[in-house]
Design a protein around this ligand. Structure first.
Ligand SMILES: [Zn+2]
Length: 76
C-alpha cells in the first residue's frame, strides 16, 4: 500500500476507509487507509487532506445546485 499525498487522482474523489493493523496506526498516526471506489486502489493518505478534498467537493456540488436553481428561477 502506497502513501499518496492527496489520493489516487480519480475525480470526483470517492473513497472508503479501510481498517489498519495496530502497528500501521502507530507508524503513521496522521494517515488513514482508503480504497478508491473508481480504481479500487488502496492507499494511505493524510486524513486532513482527504477530508478537505471531500468538503471542497461537497461545497462545489452545493454551488452547482445553487447555480441551477438561479437559472431555473430566472429563465431568459
Ligand atoms: Zn482512484
Amino acid at each position: 500500500m502506497k502513501i499518496l499525498k492527496s489520493g489516487c487522482g480519480c475525480a470526483p474523489l470517492a473513497v472508503d476507509r479501510l481498517r489498519r493493523r495496530f502497528w500501521m496506526r502507530l507508524l503513521l498516526p496522521r494517515h488513514r487507509a482508503y480504497r478508491c471506489r473508481h480504481c479500487e486502489r488502496g492507499f494511505l493518505a493524510s486524513k486532513s487532506i482527504i477530508e478537505a478534498s471531500l468538503a471542497a467537493q461537497r461545497e462545489e456540488r452545493f454551488l452547482d445546485l445553487q447555480r441551477l436553481f438561479i437559472t431555473m428561477a430566472s429563465p431568459p
